[in-house]
Write a protein that binds this ligand. Structure first.
Ligand code: HEC
Ligand code: HEC
Length: 423
C-alpha cells in the first residue's frame, strides 16, 4: 500500500526514508500536484477564480465582526501564520472569543499535504511487532479536512473566528462587496440565485487562490539557495543541521524531513504524520480552565470521526518547520513562545520533567498533563530524543540548541543572496 509505514522507532529509519520518497512520488502524481513541479514552481496562469479568492481571503467584511479576514490570522507578512504571539487568536462577532489552537503557517503545505489516511496493520501479529501503520495527512492539526474548499468554510462559520451563522450569511456579505459584480462575471450572472452553487464556487475560489498564488511557496530561504548550490551554510548552521539529522541525537529529521524528494523537490520539514508529543497543558487557553476539557487532536473533540480508537488520543499532525523561526507561538496549543523553548522541551522533557509539568495534588510531577491519565500511554517515548530518563543528561547542550536554532533560521523565507562583491 502506498502510504503504509511502520511505527516509527529509529530502527525503522530506513523505512521512513522510503516513505519520504514514496510520499513525494505520490504527491507529484496526485490530484493536488497541480503546482508541484520539481521544485514546486508556481503555475504560469492565474485563474479568475484565484483572483476572486484572493479578494475574499483579505476581506474582513465577510466576518460577523466585520473586522476579521483569513489574513488576520494567516498574515502574509508572517509566512501566512499568526501576526502575534497569542496562543490562540481572538475572534467571534465581538472579537473576544478565544480559539483553542495556535494558527499554523499556510506556507508550502497547501499543495503538498497528502489526503488523510490511516492504514491499519494487516494482522494482529503485525501490530504486536510494532508495525502498526501511522495516520497521516489532511488539513488542520487533526487532519480532518481533505480539501481546501471544505476547510475554508470552517473559519467562516466557527463562532470563535469569522462567526457567520450559515452560508446565506456569507453570501449576503459577499453580494455587498465591491467584487460581487466580478464574482457574477466569473461564475454566471445568476449565480446568487442558487445559494448552494454560489457558496461552493466561493470556497472553490479561496482554494484556487491558496493553490495558485506563488506567495504561498516562494522557496526563498537560505536553505533553498544552499540546496541549489548558491550559498554555503555557516559552520554553526551546519553543526545545527548535523544535530537535527543525527538519528541517535536530535533525530528531528526523522519526522521533519530535510532531504530533497524525487525530482529534487525541496523538503518541507514535515512527514505529515501524527504523533503525541505530550506538550504541556497551556493555561493561556480559556478552554483549559475546565479541568475536564482536553484537546486530544485526532480523537476529538473538534474532530469526531476517529474518537472510537483511543490510540488516536493526543496525536497531532507534524508541521512544517519552514519559517518556524519567525513564529512567537509553537505547537498545537501554543504552549511555547520561543523557538529555543520548543527545542529545550524536546531534549529535556524526560530528563527534567519538573521543568515542564506542574505537580499534582500528591506533589508528584504530573507528566503529560494535557491528556487524561489513562491516555498518557499514547505519548511518544520510543523516538529519539524522547526516550531518556529523569536525571540523565539531555541529548543537547545549550550551545547545541543555539546551533539548531541557527540552522532552523535558514528556513526563513526572503533571504537576500549576497550580491557578488566587486573588487
Ligand atoms: C481566528 C483565526 C483564524 C482565521 C480568521 C482563519 N484561520 Fe485558518 N486556521 C486557524 C487555526 C487556529 C487553524 C488550525 C485549526 C485546527 O487545527 O483545528 C487554521 C488552519 C487552517 C488551514 C489548515 C492548514 C494546515 O496546514 O493544515 C487552512 C488551509 C486555513 N486555516 C485557511 C483559512 C482560510 C481560507 C481562512 C478564511 C476563510 C482562515 N483560515 C481563517 C486560524 C484562523
Ligand atoms: C516523532 C516525530 C517527531 C520528531 C522526532 C520531532 N518532531 Fe517536531 N513535531 C512533531 C509533531 C507531531 C509536531 C506537532 C505536535 C503538536 O503540536 O502537538 C511537531 C512540532 C514541532 C515544532 C512546533 C512548530 C510550530 O509551528 O508550532 C517544532 C519547532 C519542532 N517540532 C521541532 C522539532 C525538533 C527541533 C526536533 C528534534 C529535536 C523535532 N521537532 C523532532 C513531530 C516530531
Amino acid at each position: 500500500m502506498l502510504f503504509s509505514v511502520t511505527r516509527f522507532t529509529t530502527r525503522f529509519g530506513a523505512r521512513r526514508a522510503a516513505l519520504a520518497v514514496l510520499l513525494n512520488a505520490a504527491l507529484l502524481s496526485g490530484v493536488q500536484a497541480a503546482a508541484a513541479a520539481p521544485v514546486d514552481t508556481a503555475p504560469t496562469t492565474y485563474s479568475d477564480a484565484a483572483a476572486l479568492g484572493k479578494l475574499m481571503f483579505f476581506d474582513a467584511s465577510l466576518s460577523a465582526s466585520g473586522k476579521m479576514s483569513c489574513a488576520s490570522c494567516h498574515s502574509p507578512s508572517h509566512a501566512y501564520g499568526p501576526p502575534n504571539g497569542l496562543a490562540a487568536q481572538l475572534g467571534g462577532a465581538d472579537m473576544r472569543s478565544q480559539g483553542t489552537r495556535a494558527v499554523p503557517s499556510l506556507r508550502y503545505v497547501l499543495n503538498r499535504t497528502p489526503i488523510w489516511s490511516h492504514p491499519q496493520a494487516a494482522s494482529l501479529s503485525e501490530r504486536l511487532s510494532e508495525t502498526d501503520n501511522a495516520p497521516m495527512g489532511g488539513f488542520g492539526w487533526d487532519g480532518r479536512f481533505n480539501k481546501l474548499h471544505d476547510q475554508a468554510s470552517f473559519p467562516l462559520f466557527n463562532p470563535n473566528e469569522m462567526a457567520n451563522k450559515d452560508p446565506d450569511a456569507v453570501l449576503a456579505k459577499l453580494q455587498r462587496t465591491p467584487y460581487a459584480a466580478r464574482f457574477k462575471e466569473v461564475f454566471g450572472q445568476n449565480i446568487f440565485a442558487d445559494p448552494t452553487k454560489a457558496f461552493t464556487q466561493a470556497m472553490y475560489a479561496i482554494e484556487r487562490f491558496e493553490l495558485e498564488d506563488p506567495s504561498f511557496r516562494p522557496y526563498t530561504s537560505k536553505f533553498d539557495y544552499y540546496l541549489d548550490g548558491k550559498v554555503q551554510l555557516t559552520a554553526q548552521e551546519l553543526r545545527g543541521k548535523k544535530l537535527f539529522d543525527n538519528p541517535a541525537g536530535g533525530n528531528c529529521a526523522s519526522c521533519h524531513i530535510d532531504q530533497p524528494g524525487v525530482n529534487g523537490a525541496h523538503p518541507l520539514f514535515t512527514d505529515f504524520n501524527f504523533q503525541a508529543l505530550g506538550v504541556p497543558r497551556n493555561a493561556e487557553l480559556r478552554a483549559n480552565a475546565d479541568p475536564k476539557y482536553f484537546d486530544m487532536g485526532l480523537c476529538g473533540p473538534i474532530r469526531t470521526d476517529q474518537s472510537s480508537d483511543k490510540t488516536n488520543c493526543g496525536l497531532f499532525k507534524s508541521v512544517s518547520l519552514r519559517n518556524t523561526a519567525t513564529r512567537h507561538v509553537f505547537f498545537h496549543n501554543g504552549r511555547f513562545h520561543t523557538l529555543k523553548d520548543a527545542l529545550r522541551f524536546y531534549v529535556q522533557r524526560d530528563t527534567n520533567p519538573a521543568k515542564w509539568y506542574p505537580k499534582d495534588a500528591h506533589g508528584k510531577v504530573d507528566k503529560f498533563n494535557d491528556l487524561p491519565v489513562a491516555l498518557r500511554v499514547n505519548v511518544d517515548t520510543t523516538d529519539e530524543p524522547l526516550t531518556r530518563k529523569a536525571g540523565e543528561r539531555p541529548v543537547w547542550s545549550e550551545q547545541d540548541i543555539d546551533d539548531v536554532a541557527a540552522f532552523l533560521t535558514t528556513l526563513n523565507d526572503d533571504y537576500v543572496l549576497n550580491a557578488k562583491r566587486s573588487r
